[in-house]
Design a protein around this ligand. Structure first.
Ligand SMILES: C[S@@+](CC[C@H](N)C(=O)[O-])C[C@H]1O[C@@H](n2cnc3c(N)ncnc32)[C@H](O)[C@@H]1O
Length: 209
């Protein structure tokens, strides 16, 4: 039985601009772990456009059938089977994924996840990167962010209110707070790219301790 392919409008809109960022940042990368693949639309788009990458999808169990459906239709060569990953505030990562060769990943990508996860889960996400990332890994996170508690637009302020009404643990994160978590696992921010609709890409590189 083929699972119906879930569809996200936002993912379709932002994939072009995100690809432009990833093309250069991931130009010399090989093994990408995507945290919170969602529908799987990003994965098939990015893997097809950057065939030098091996793109490993990961998300919670409920998302896996949809991701598998997108991957099955895309028939991309060398695409690993999506793995179940749940990041828990207390337990941390439900598994520490490895590449097909059993190595650490030299790149991680995650879109629109940090405002969905509760803050302790965001902390656990970055803590887990310590044993998932190779020494010189590059990490790109896409989404809406605040600067020291300030919204960058009215639309982001409204979005944050919608999130908090849904679940008080959700909400936009401060760039500074996320940077601090990244620093704890040896990640130094190399750039921050303004994206359409008041989103941004935060880019870090891991430096040897
Ligand atoms: C708003 S969706 C974004 C999906 C996709 N990256 C995109 O941009 O279309 C947030 C994703 O984060 C995942 N997620 C949220 N909390 C998580 C957690 N604690 N552990 C693992 N995944 C989580 C959800 O399952 C969901 O797929």
């Amino acid at each position: 039985v083929t699972h119906e392919k879930p569809f996200s409008d936002a993912s379709n809109r932002n994939r072009g601009p995100i690809l432009e960022v990833l093309r250069t940042r991931f130009a010399d990368r090989r093994e990408v772990l995507e945290v919170g693949s969602g529908t799987g639309q990003h994965a098939v788009h990015f893997a097809a456009a950057m065939p030098w990458l091996r793109w490993q999808c990961a998300d919670q169990a409920a998302c896996l059938p949809g991701i598998r459906a997108w991957l099955a239709d895309a028939t991309l060569p060398d695409m690993p089977v999506p793995v179940e990953l749940r990041i828990d505030a207390v337990e941390g990562w439900s598994r520490l994924p490895r590449t097909a060769d059993g190595d650490r990943f030299d790149a991680v990508f995650s879109a629109n996840t940090l405002h969905i996860m509760a803050w302790p889960e965001v902390e656990a996400l970055f803590a887990g990167l310590d044993t998932v990332l190779a020494d010189d890994a590059v990490v790109v996170v896409y989404g809406p962010f605040n600067d020291a508690g300030r919204f960058s637009s009215d639309s982001n302020r409204a979005f944050d209110a919608t999130l908090r009404a849904r679940d008080p643990a959700m909400g936009l994160r401060d760039v500074e707070a996320v940077d601090a978590l990244a620093r704890d696992v040896g990640l130094v921010r190399t750039d921050i790219v303004a994206m359409p609709a008041n989103n941004r890409c935060l880019v870090w590189r891991r430096v040897a301790a």
